[in-house]
Design a protein around this ligand. Structure first.
Ligand code: NPQ
Ligand code: MG
Length: 356
């Protein structure tokens, strides 16, 4: 799917988004889910290719023919397959949608969400110049986004952030390095500590909780982990070693909505705020993010922007718009609360496979 504008991070620049859409047919109902793996392994090791393989050859065959009553049953089935969180999460999302449709409950209600609308912000990619960056931030503020995240990388860090901070002294602002620094090179980020940021996201490698805990000691600003938090256990250990003080939750990265809720609950019990990350989802994954972010310990605005921030044409009939208070309303129809736009699906589909 073509993006409205290119999106550049420390790991690369994309202009189109690939994803795998899943449909589970059961009891006369269809549950839909989205696997957020991308074409390239830049953000994570999973790709749309690896997810397709794991779904087709392992996850779906393990599921077919089983009686699955709840998400715990499903987790038991997928537990024997290591890794591949995004593939698992796509399938699990379709299962939650099905469960909602079967019971007549929205995903928000199934999860115990407590809000009808959730605060959101916008994630802005690396720009050509400070002028362009500040102008882009200004454009999103004019659209009503009240929290901004900018991407940083080595050499494009303090100056970029300072440019935005100088132009918008009171803006709730955060930065995301997508693991581009080392403990040594992250010394360059120390001046960020004086820029009143909400958080600094994932400065170091994804498999490096320990160096994040060493780095957190040097900052008053909370570090927030994204790529590093791949399970409730990783979240617990990160908090125990003070590797971060805020946690980003993404359904795809943690292997499903249930795991996302588990991390939410664990962080809540430790008074650690969480927020909902984004993976340039279609309307399907966006609906799941909104339901998840309606839980009470999602204390910071999510990277869940309006549909038109990413896509001119989405694959759901519903499109999500920004309310005037920088929130997006949580769907309240059964399941995810979205339906597919068959014409858009036909237009964007590259491959199709049905397993029985
Ligand atoms: C993050 N998301 O928080 C991610 C990074 C990201 C909204 O900043 C294709 C697939 C493109 C996954 C671009 C946001 C992506 C992607 C960015 C993930 O780290
Ligand atoms: Mg991130």
């Amino acid at each position: 799917m073509p993006l409205v504008s290119p999106f550049e991070t420390s790991f690369g620049r994309i202009i189109t988004r690939d994803s795998i859409l899943l449909e589970i047919f059961a009891e006369g109902l269809i549950g839909i889910g989205e696997c957020v793996a991308d074409r390239d392994p830049g953000y994570a090791y999973e790709t749309s290719g690896t997810a397709w393989h794991i779904l087709k050859d392992f996850l779906i065959p393990a599921l077919l023919g089983h009686d699955v009553h709840d998400a715990i049953d499903l987790l038991q089935i997928v537990l024997g397959i290591k890794g591949h969180a995004m593939a698992k999460a796509g399938l699990e999302m379709a299962f939650w949608d099905l469960l909602g449709k079967k019971t007549g409950h929205s995903l928000r209600d199934l999860l115990g969400g407590t809000r009808n609308r959730v605060p959101v912000g916008v994630s802005i990619g690396l720009q050509e110049s400070h002028e362009k960056l500040v102008a882009t931030v200004e454009d999103y503020l004019a659209l009503g986004y009240q929290r901004v995240k900018i991407k940083i990388k080595p050499g494009r860090d303090v100056d970029d952030t300072l440019a935005v901070r100088s132009a918008f002294p009171d803006l709730p602002l955060q930065v995301d390095a997508n693991s581009a620094f080392t403990l040594e090179s992250a010394e360059a980020l120390i001046p960020l500590d004086d820029l009143n940021l909400l958080l600094i996201e994932q400065p170091l490698a994804e498999d490096d909780l320990w160096d994040h805990s060493r780095l957190q000691r040097k900052f008053r600003t909370p570090l927030c982990l994204d790529e590093s938090i791949i399970s409730p256990r990783h979240a617990r250990q990160a908090l125990e070693m003070d590797a971060c003080r805020i946690v980003n939750i993404k359904v795809g990265r943690v292997g499903g909505i249930s795991q996302g809720v588990a991390i939410h609950d664990l962080c809540q019990a430790q008074d650690t705020p969480v927020w909902c990350g984004g993976m340039l989802e279609t309307g399907v994954g966006r609906a799941a993010n909104l339901a998840l972010a309606s839980l009470p310990n999602f204390k910071l605005p999510g990277d869940i922007s309006a549909t038109d921030r990413y896509y001119e044409r989405d694959i759901t009939e519903q499109c999500f718009t920004l309310n005037s208070d920088s929130t997006i309303s949580v769907p309240d129809s059964p399941g995810l609360g979205v339906s597919l736009d068959a014409k858009a699906i036909a237009k964007f589909s590259l491959r199709n496979l049905r397993l029985k």
